[in-house]
Design a protein around this ligand. Structure first.
Ligand SMILES: Nc1ncnc2c1ncn2[C@@H]1O[C@H](COP(=O)(O)OP(=O)(O)O)[C@@H](O)[C@H]1O
Ligand SMILES: [Mg+2]
Length: 269
């Protein structure tokens, strides 16, 4: 691996990240021992942003993989490709990360099939190895390599869950939406809306979060609040901005939409 390969995955600018509760020091300690880490929490709560921030802070390249149910072990590890000179091996993202000493972030790993998930096992214990079975090569992970996965406990059915043998290879940090004041600061900083507007958006989100399990699968995430703030900062009427970013994406149920829209109208007529 050349320096160029690592450079390409370097986080160049400091990502904006507000610490919620001691997670930065905890992650640093885990990284010092190259411990695999699982970030647990609902969508849009800051998991990806946190990994980007930590990669930047630790000066490590970051390779992110979005998991899906069609993902195979070869998509992670690599495969032989045909070209005009015959076959050529191409490393997958997990292999590249293990070679260059990157942080490898497998986003929503639970979406992947279990036979895909097991390829990470030898990388997550004392072996720190990755066997490329098809190529007949055994990779020793670079000393700086670390594996991070994200996991949304809300979505899991019994059919779709990580096996204990996978779960118990990770230390875990819980991610929930930040407290009201902090979340408003994040929304204001990310979008440029004033503190008062950001505070109102957060209060709308709180109302929706109370409806989780009572007609909503998930409440309004920090990510959607950032969208709302961005629309308002673009000069869109706040009520219309909230409808487009906080109500319509969240649910198709007419009664639920009405309930959410009523919450919006308490703050923005
Ligand atoms: N603690 C935080 N500090 C800064 N921004 C945050 C924080 N939490 C959430 N955000 C904002 O919310 C958005 C969604 O967060 P993200 O990391 O993509 O969520 P997840 O990966 O958990 O689905 C980010 O793009 C960012 O604007
Ligand atoms: Mg994410």
């Amino acid at each position: 691996m050349t320096k160029h390969d690592a450079d390409q995955f370097t986080v160049k600018r400091e990502p904006f990240y507000k610490e919620v509760g001691g997670e930065v020091a905890l992650y640093e300690a885990a990284y010092a021992r190259r411990m695999p880490v699982m970030l647990k929490g609902p969508t849009g709560a800051g998991k990806s942003r946190f990994v980007e921030y930590m990669a930047w802070k630790l000066g490590r390249p970051l390779i992110t993989v979005a998991s899906n149910e069609d993902m195979t072990a070869s998509d992670l590890v690599g495969r032989f490709l045909l070209d005009k000179d015959g076959t050529k091996w191409q490393d997958g993202p997990l292999t590249t990360a293990a070679r260059i000493g990157a942080i490898c972030y497998l986003d929503e790993i639970v979406e992947a099939r279990q036979d895909t998930t097991v390829v990470i096992h030898p990388l997550t214990d004392h072996r720190r190895q990755l066997p490329l079975d098809k190529k007949g090569e055994l990779i020793e992970a670079h000393p700086d390599f670390q594996l991070v996965i994200s996991y949304n406990p809300g979505y899991q059915s019994l059919m779709k869950d990580l096996k204990q043998s996978t779960k118990q290879r990770f230390a875990a940090l819980d991610f929930d939406y930040p407290g009201a004041e902090l979340e408003a600061e994040i929304v204001a900083a990310e979008t440029g809306v004033d503190a008062k507007t950001a505070g109102k958006l957060v209060q709308i989100a709180h109302r929706s979060r109370n409806l989780k399990g009572h007609g909503l699968d998930e409440g309004i995430s920090t990510r959607l609040l950032v969208y709302a703030g961005q629309m308002i900062a673009e000069g869109v009427n706040p009520n219309a901005a909230c409808k487009m970013t906080l109500v319509t994406p969240l649910t198709d149920d007419p009664d639920m939409r009405e309930t959410l829209q009523a919450a919006v109208e308490t703050f923005f007529v």
